[in-house]
Design a protein around this ligand. Structure first.
Ligand SMILES: [Zn+2]
Ligand SMILES: [Zn+2]
Length: 132
């Protein structure tokens, strides 16, 4: 693709001529990126940026204990994963200690291996089974 030649911004109705490999003019580059993040489920994964780090830290300040065992939490978990359509806000956060966070995120592994559950107390304590 001859990206050196000027081409119009891809944003509908804009038409500003731009040079370079960007698809959008400077103004619309940000807009387009934000839209991608909101619109596509796959892109929400990339939403774990600085903003998330900040919200995560703030959440842990207010909710310092693991919701499962009460140990000091150092992970903020999405109760419903973003990839499953969960909200990326406080209604969908829970604090977990490292152990219980890995229990939760590692559950696929366990399914595949069909092995023993490790930390089943946590699963029960959580009282919530995602029967997807
Ligand atoms: Zn534009
Ligand atoms: Zn825990």
């Amino acid at each position: 693709m001859p990206w050196m030649s000027p081409h119009p911004c891809r944003y509908p109705g804009c038409g500003t001529l731009i040079r370079g490999r960007h698809g959008h003019c400077e103004d619309h580059r940000k807009v387009a990126r934000r839209r991608e993040n909101e619109g596509r489920p796959s892109a929400t994964q990339r939403g774990y940026g600085k903003d998330w780090q900040r919200r995560r830290a703030a959440w842990l300040m207010e909710h310092p204990d693991c919701v499962v065992c009460g140990d000091p939490a150092n992970e903020v978990d999405h109760i419903v994963p973003l990839s499953a359509g969960g909200a990326d806000d406080e209604t969908n956060y829970q604090s977990l200690c490292k152990t219980h966070h890995s229990v939760k995120t590692g559950r696929h592994d366990r399914h595949f291996k069909g092995g023993k559950t490790h930390g089943q107390a946590g699963r029960q304590g959580q009282g919530r089974r995602n029967g997807l």
